[in-house]
Design a protein around this ligand. Sequence first.
Ligand SMILES: C[S@@+](CC[C@H](N)C(=O)[O-])C[C@H]1O[C@@H](n2cnc3c(N)ncnc32)[C@H](O)[C@@H]1O
Length: 166
Amino acid sequence: MSLLSQVVETAHAIERVDGPICSATPPRERAADYDRIAAGYDMVVGTTLYNRLVWGNWARHYSEAAQRFLAEAPAGPLLDCGCGSLVFTANAYRQSAALDRLVLQDRSLGMLRRGAKRAANGTFLQADAAAMPFKQEAFTGVMSWGMLHVFGTGSPFLGQLKRVSA
Ligand SMILES: C[S@@+](CC[C@H](N)C(=O)[O-])C[C@H]1O[C@@H](n2cnc3c(N)ncnc32)[C@H](O)[C@@H]1O
């Protein structure tokens, strides 16, 4: 838990849930909407067809963007907020030396468990993006893929990202 102890506010309790996954969420609040759709997410959203039809994008562009981010990231802890199941990013993360300083955060344990199968050496944390447990300016670099449409503009999400970015 050493990367997490570096970036999480001391007031927040972190508990290991299973394997490489920890949680900053109280046990009775750990269920999340994406738990039920995690397998379907990978099967549908992870496909080239879905990305071409819905987003007009190629799935490989997400992976390439994550690769570029890690290659250019400054020294220090990094965050993927809303990392999900790593359906697009796992290859980039597994191949990067920066994986050992990357926190993979998501609200859904179902999504994180799928992510942990793809990148077992990752540091996974269940936590709410609208109330992040991280210290101010904890991260030298922050990524968040496919999250803006989940929250909308009125959410504290963007303010939280700014608060934890150095
Ligand atoms: C559209 S998916 C994107 C996942 C991943 N970044 C990707 O590109 O495949 C949205 C993700 O946001 C997560 N999420 C939803 N609400 C959240 C919250 N309040 N805090 C953290 N993650 C949240 C979901 O569990 C899900 O994994």
